[in-house]
Design a binder for this molecule. Sequence first.
Ligand SMILES: [Zn+2]
Length: 258
Amino acid sequence: MVNVYALSGGLIDLDRSGFFCDEAPGTRVTVPVICFLIAHPHGRVLVDTGIHRQATADPVGRLGERRAGLFRLRSAPTDEVLSQLARLGLAPDDIRYVVNSHFHFDHCGGNEFFPRATFLVQRPEMEAARQVLAGATLRYSPSPIDFDHPLDYRLVDGEHDVFGDGQVVLVPTYGHTPGHQSVRVRAGKADLVLTADACYTRENMDRDVLPSVLWDPAEMSRSLAMLRQLRDRQGATVIYGHDAAQWQQLSRAPAPLA
Ligand SMILES: [Zn+2]
């Protein structure tokens, strides 16, 4: 039996136009940062590691001036991955796999706390990150302070069934970043799709609007259409990456989401 838990990674306040490319700047919104713990009989999988815990006390020091200005954190000290895992009685060494949806700061900030886990990352994501480390300037800004640690990164090419039983499947959703991925989980009767930033909110999916921050619009559009099909044709329950309204309704750890 597989169980899924939603972990609070805190709240960030940002301009709505970042989420919807057809809107003018000027309206602030507050959105959740979410990580997930999937408990599978053969090991626990952490999906994303959130924002680094240091950022709450010292946003400029951790995120830099530019990002600290664009994204204001409204998190309690316990809204970070280690405190959230502790709510489930878990320590970092209890995690077998960490899945990074992508290398933006709000998805890989806690990577360094899992030195014994195997990290599953799509190959194009790591290739772009390595180019940036080598000094290239890309339209993509992965966050080296967060991902560039001596961790066991395993590269994945496209769809990947983590345990070989169809219960935890990584689904490539490229476009937001070069190698973004989402996760499909079958937990009992639940069929969940954790989109991460392939779809920030339900509104993005329903109105078919892309965010302003992205790598490849055509690719992201295809990924969004594929996720919509899973929801509307296959009946999957979609958990959006940063949807404030949905977050209000979700069961959070230590209660299971599914
Ligand atoms: Zn994000």
